[in-house]
Design a binder for this molecule. Structure first.
Ligand SMILES: [Zn+2]
Length: 218
């Protein structure tokens, strides 16, 4: 599921060095210096991004967002758990906080090509050595992709997994409607839900167009 990094010349030490100088670099940034004191006063993000944990997917980089603009939920396979108030979980708590407290106007479910989680389900990988991953995917992703909608999974998914991931993203969007606060806001036109698909191999971002019934360039 994993591939080695191409950044062979960089390491955790590079990252540590960058973190040491972050305050200075951010404060002195020529175009958009960060006002840390203003950030301390609170946050009012424009959107909740629900993305995979994959290191190649970086919402703030793609949107050029600065601190305070994006609220993020990252899970293996950008999964949205079904709303089950009787089974509290961190994913639902993050979504509820974004909706009820931060009052985000937009939620973006942001899937990506070459996704290890979706690929494992699509290929029916043996995950016996990864019991936590297997349990998560069996309980969340697999239900959405395989059992609820038989036939939606392409029989021979290619490495890019575009069809499988796009179907998966739409399933997660449907699940957001099971959250009572979201359902009401969408119905009243106060909130919009977006299904995006990121091509790791090109950097292109596609969005689902309901009227066209497909994903097209953003
Ligand atoms: Zn992924």
């Amino acid at each position: 599921m994993m591939h080695s990094s191409h950044h062979t010349q960089r390491s955790i030490n590079t990252l540590i060095q960058q973190a040491r100088t972050f305050h200075e670099r951010a404060t002195l940034h020529a175009e958009s210096p960060i006002d840390f004191q203003q950030l301390a006063d609170g946050q009012s993000p424009h959107a909740l991004f629900i993305t995979c944990s994959d290191s190649r997917v970086v919402p703030a980089l793609i949107t050029n967002a600065v601190p305070g603009e994006l609220f993020e939920l990252r899970t293996a396979g950008n999964v949205v758990p079904l709303y089950r108030p009787e089974r509290p979980n961190g994913e639902a708590a993050t979504i509820e906080y974004a909706v009820e407290v931060l009052a985000v106007s937009d939620i973006v479910v942001y899937g990506h090509s070459h996704c290890g989680a979706v690929g494992a389900v699509a290929r029916r990988d043996d995950l016996a050595a990864l019991p936590a991953v297997e349990g998560w995917l069996a309980s969340e992703i697999a239900v959405g992709l395989d059992q609820e909608k038989p036939g939606t999974m392409p029989p021979c998914p290619g490495p890019e997994l575009a069809d499988a991931v796009q179907q998966h993203v739409l399933t997660q969007l449907e699940r957001l409607h099971t959250y009572p606060g979201i359902q009401q806001r969408v119905a009243e036109g106060r909130m919009r839900l977006h299904a995006w698909f990121y091509e790791i191999h090109t950097g292109a971002v596609l969005a689902h167009r309901p009227q066209a019934g497909t994903f097209l360039p953003l």
